[in-house]
Ligand binder design. Structure first.
Ligand SMILES: [Zn+2]
Length: 487
């Protein structure tokens, strides 16, 4: 009976010895720098030029591919892209590359400006945890770190965790993506377009082949994770554009929440009269303080006075800016904040609605914002009659003002607005959308539940989603600020 135990153990041991003996890569557990002396020993190179100890990948499909196979490893690059260059670091993939039969994971390299080139940016774990935030710039050195340990993948750029993913036991993949699964296989760096160059100044690898230390992390799974994973696989921009560091929420906590749930965040500062960011100087120091964070940098334009407090050049430092129509002064000169019942005056329901629509039109026509947030919000007293009061004619007026000013419409997860009818109308007219949580505290970030439902019910596609404008195309620079405050 002893044989029953000993024989399988012997077999496993023999196989283990065989595989370890067959491994012809850099020494396990040790960091090996890849340079001219050992490059060809460990890697197959194709169309790679070497200059002053640097590797240059210019041609589309130029590549450096490992001769060895690894399941777990850490790899580091110090690299630079020149204008327009796109590349990828592939792992768990085949020896040769064929986009049609590709298996394994891809980490994207692309430092093009927003709304220029492809939408995913450096550090994206493509089709699994897509990143849309620029984490590096063309023409500047950056560090890219990729690690696979057990079922956990991490991608860092310049020391900031951009993407992380824990592969479940039986990952659910779309039909054509079933090959995206961890395996003991080849690692490669590959140029993926004809533009620019990828220059590698430093490349290090640390193989991990101690299977005994492999930790398999549990994976949270529910109906929402399936929806989120499937949208990521379709490269749908799952961006929460409206997150605040409020109620003690830190940048790291927000980023962690985004990564673990499969989103990308835009973090917004409240900027206006009596707010912490209230002039160019506080604006610039705020932007400087978050410059390296892997989030979109957003400005929430507060009150209506914000247009008098900042210069367009300073405002253009933000990736995008937004406002709502919840703060304004009525015909009787009463300054209202619609979310505060004590500061809201509704003398006549229909007249109030007409005034609200007029204010939305005036604000979106005058203020050079990118997104209308908390849209169609009604004060507490009127909210129960939302569908009745937001008549087709009123909805049309708002849709039209957004369209003529190229303002995107937020789908707000906190207030669950606008209604599906409104979203469908806006989509049919060609308005772009964003998603926003507008959290008030550190424990109400949630998971864009209402937005995910609306994506499905309204049939929103990637083309319907707003992407921040390129630096030179920012609305604030093109349109400037209005001469006077909107009422
Ligand atoms: Zn907000």
């Amino acid at each position: 009976m002893l044989y029953k135990r000993i024989l399988p153990a012997l077999l496993i041991l023999t196989l283990a010895v065989y595989f370890i003996a067959r491994y012809k890569g850099p020494e396990p557990g040790v960091i090996t720098t890849i340079d001219k002396s050992n490059l060809e020993k460990y890697w197959r190179i194709k169309e790679v030029n070497m200059e002053d100890g640097q590797f240059l990948l210019a041609k589309n499909s130029a590549s450096i591919t490992s001769r060895f196979r690894l399941r777990d490893f850490e790899i580091d690059f110090k690299m630079k892209t020149t204008k327009g260059a796109v590349g990828m670091v592939n792992f768990a993939s085949s020896k040769s590359y064929d986009p049609k039969t590709f298996r394994g994971y891809s980490v994207l390299i692309n430092n093009s400006d927003y709304s220029t080139g492809i939408v995913q940016k450096t550090g994206s774990l493509s089709k699994i945890r897509n990143n849309f935030v620029r984490s590096a710039e063309d023409g500047e050195w950056f560090n890219l770190h990729v690690s696979v340990e057990g079922n956990h993948i991490e991608v860092e750029v310049n020391g900031k965790l951009i993407s992380e993913y824990t592969e479940p036991q039986n990952p659910r993949r779309l039909e054509n993506l079933t090959g995206i699964v961890l395996s003991r296989s080849f690692i490669s760096l590959r140029k993926a377009n004809d533009l620019g160059e990828i220059v590698v100044a430093d490349m290090k690898i640390k193989p991990i082949i101690d299977k005994n230390s492999r930790v398999i992390l549990p994976v949270k799974a529910d109906s929402l994770t399936d929806v989120i994973d499937s949208l990521n696989q379709r490269e749908f921009p799952l961006i929460d554009f409206h997150v605040h560091l409020k109620g003690g929420l830190t940048m790291d906590q927000a980023c962690q929440h985004a990564r673990s749930n499969g989103f990308v965040y835009g973090v917004a500062a409240n900027c206006g009269l009596k707010f912490p960011v209230t002039n160019d100087s506080t604006l610039n120091s705020y932007l400087k303080s978050i410059a390296k964070e892997p989030v979109f940098k957003a400005m929430q334009c507060e009150g209506r006075e914000w247009v008098t407090l900042f210069t367009p050049q300073a405002v253009a430092g933000f990736d995008y800016i937004f406002t709502d129509a919840m703060t304004w002064t009525d015909q009787k000169g009463r300054r209202m904040r619609l979310w505060m019942p004590a500061e809201t005056f509704v003398d006549d329901d229909q007249q109030f609605m007409d005034m609200l629509v007029g204010k939305i039109e005036a604000i979106m026509d005058a203020e050079p914002v990118d997104i209308y947030v908390n849209p169609t919000f009604l004060p507490e007293k009127l909210a129960p009659r939302y569908n009745e009061l937001w008549t087709a004619e009123r909805m049309d007026r708002v849709v039209n003002v957004l369209l003529r000013n190229q303002v995107a419409l937020e789908i707000n997860a906190r207030y669950k607005i606008p209604s599906i009818a409104f979203i469908k109308k806006a989509k049919a007219a060609g308005v772009k959308f964003t998603f926003g949580t507008n959290n008030a505290k550190n424990d109400d970030l949630n998971r864009l539940e209402y937005c995910l439902r609306m994506i499905k019910e309204a049939g929103l596609t990637t083309e319907d989603i707003f992407i921040p404008r390129a630096r030179t195309e920012r609305k604030i620079l093109k349109k400037g600020l209005p001469a006077k405050v909107t009422g």
